[in-house]
Design a protein around this ligand. Sequence first.
Ligand code: ADP
Length: 659
Amino acid sequence: MPSPKDVSTEATHNRPRVIARAQLAEATIAAAIDGLVTVDESGRIVEWNPASENLFGFARDEVLGRRFISVPKSEAFRGPGDVRALSVHGRTDMEAIVGRRVELHAETRAGESLLIDVEATEFEVEGTLYYSGWIRDVTGQRQLRDALDLSDRRFEAIVENASDIISMLDADGSWLYTSQAGVRQMGYEKGFNPENGLFSMVHPDDRHIATTSLEAVMSARGVVSPPIQIRVLDIEGEVHWFENVGINMIEDPAVEAVVIYSRHVCDRHRVLEQLQHRSQQLSTVLDTAGSAILIEDADGTVFYVNDAFIDMMRLQQTREEIVGQPGRWIHEHIASLTVDPEEYMRSHEDLRNIEEPTTYEDIRFADGRNLKRDCRPMQQDDRLGSVLWWYWDHTREHEAVAVRERMLKRERHARALIEKQNESLIQLGELKNELVATVSHEIRTPLTAIVSFVDLLDDTGIGPLNETQQGFVDTLRSSASRLMTLVDDLLLLVRLDSATLVLESIAQDVVEVVRSVTASFAPTAECKSIDLVLLLPPEPVPAVFDPARIGQVVSNLVGNAIKFSTDGAVTVELSTTEAEWILTVSDAGIGIPADEQGDIFERFSRASNARSNMIDGSGLGLAVCRRIIELHGGIIDVESVEGMGSVFTVRAPKGAVGT
Ligand code: ADP
């Protein structure tokens, strides 16, 4: 093939215009950077320039006259060499791509894959059609483009899926791009572009700080700005906190933008707010605490002190002046206020080295105050170091304890006195019982003699008594008998109280005892024209009791009912329950005044109406009854209306007799 130099020589000297033109065309083709293949209508190669030789590795001579293979359906383009399926396809293919640029896969002689860009043209020379294709190897370009695409896709994937919102702004601050994942978090649609710029989404109160910070970012190139927190409104108008940093990368050719990274910090913000609130609460509590509080860092520097501490320790400095100072001088100052400074400092050192919360009591101050001190080691960064000192004035409690101790001492003294008095009283009671027993016994013996002599006087064998004598004898007998009853009752009470009388426990029929005792009162009742009504159960009522004592109770109650009645009926009724027998003695006599009913079971107690009506009695009978019934585990009670009558009720268990 002629070189460009040859072309110029020939063009100049031999066939200046025509030859020069053909030669020029030929030289141009030969010098072309792109490969040129020309085929005739049958698909045979008629032109194959050096660039094609270079591209495919086939020499011009090897390919001229041979068919150009193309398999368009699969977009494969093969170099010459394969003659099997050439002609028709070749022609048709060239026709098919005329006027277009297509990218095709090709293979070199050495079997290397190429991506070629083919632009085909069609022309006619002397009635014959030719097709030319300009071929360019675009393999490298394609690889570059693919790599670029991949990097773009990666970038997009990273940015779009980042939890931070990434925004890019122009040099003049106008909005270029915002990653969509972050935008969607705020409820906005993909592709959302705030109409009034990004700042329209910023909370009105934070717009100023946002614009100021952006201005700062714009003016500092390539430096990441300090983070700022601003509120951004979501699509519902809800406030979200974002922490933003920005970097001006306008001059970076790869970016050419101001990049803003916005991180959603609502949770962090909420926690921070809670923490701030909590710590505010805590410091308020500490500030207003009545106790004095001092907190020292691990190195002994004062970290916190409250007003109560300054006040309690009579310090002249303010809180601000104390915080940050070494704590040691404060403790030395406190020591100087105590009655034993050395002991204070010693215990201070001991407490500082104990890892457990410890309370130290009774720090006595020279001014008379008494303080308690608590030492609480505190954790800092997972290690012990800080110490909380807690003092509180214990003077009042201390005084209260002293007062209490004094009172306790007095109380103990008083109790001892009372115990002594009780002992004396018991002794006195025993003495009284002894006295009564002795006296009663001493009275009873001569009394028995008197009664016997009265009976003798009354005996007709001694001789008849005149009327006056008979009157004396009767008076003597009744007085002696009353005295005897009184002495017997007294003796019985003393014995019952001093437990010298042991009750008998005999199983027998209550009905029988009640019947026989009541029957003995029939003559007396008849004398006073009183109906003595006896209501007894048809069946026996077996129970365990002392028959003599229960007989005495029935006797006292029935005797009283007749004694305190002038007419009407006296009803004696016995009834039972599963566990108890119940005796009621009712009369229509003088009754008992309401306010005196509670006293009549006391010894020597007699109702006022009994006394005013001059009715005989000692006031011992009901006291004896109550004691006997109590010893049987029962109760005795009265219901009475003055002037209308009384009902006495006894309830006692059928079981064993108590002691
Ligand atoms: P007294 O020997 O006086 O009868 P009691 O101890 O048996 O002593 O009774 C104490 C007092 O209770 C009597 O003096 C009387 O005032 C009052 N009393 C007792 N039984 C009756 C009764 N059935 N009716 C009215 N008063 C009664």
